[in-house]
Design a binder for this molecule. Sequence first.
Ligand SMILES: Cc1cc2nc3c(=O)[nH]c(=O)nc-3n(C[C@H](O)[C@H](O)[C@H](O)COP(=O)(O)O)c2cc1C
Length: 183
Amino acid sequence: MGKKIVILNGSPRKSGNTSALVKAFSSGAESSGNSVTEFFLDGMDIHGCKGCLGGHSSRERPCVQKDDMSKIYPQVRDCDVIVLASPLYYWNLSGQLRTAIDRLFALEEGEGNLLRGHGRACALLMAAEGHGFEAVFGYYKHLAKQLQWENLGAVLAGGNGDIGDISGKPEIQKAYELGRSIG
Ligand SMILES: Cc1cc2nc3c(=O)[nH]c(=O)nc-3n(C[C@H](O)[C@H](O)[C@H](O)COP(=O)(O)O)c2cc1C
């Protein structure tokens, strides 16, 4: 049976290199019978975590803040695979994606941690002008380990600065194959 896949796309460029990886990954994943829900975070109203520890996993809206995270929580709660997609910004994930990740903490609060474990898996899709992925890939692996998500793999596409640079490169096929391998 197909898996439920949620993609958090942290690029601000709808036709950019990260989005090209997301498109290829999604097409591969759907060809294997999975369902894919993508959130293009830059177009969403998502505020930084307030650190109030006032969330509760079992609420319909787990966080005390009422913004577009309310659309993401139920999807993440029910998903099998979480895909983090981002351009490399200062050797890290983009702020859009980091902000959303912090807000997922609300799913860990209260009775029953709905974020950690639950047989979930994850993948990483990234584009960058250079090739300095070491630090962010280390962070991603640490995050996956701490959240008990199985790492299905990463596509780290360096050498892509401008929109369209990634077109026709092997990483597009790699993203497709990674998506197709799920299910
Ligand atoms: C604010 C900002 C920071 C960036 N930092 C890096 C970086 O640390 N290393 C790098 O190789 N490229 C860096 N880049 C280049 C982007 O990662 C690159 O253009 C990428 O292809 C953008 O992906 P997108 O098309 O999905 O937006 C940066 C770009 C911006 C706008």
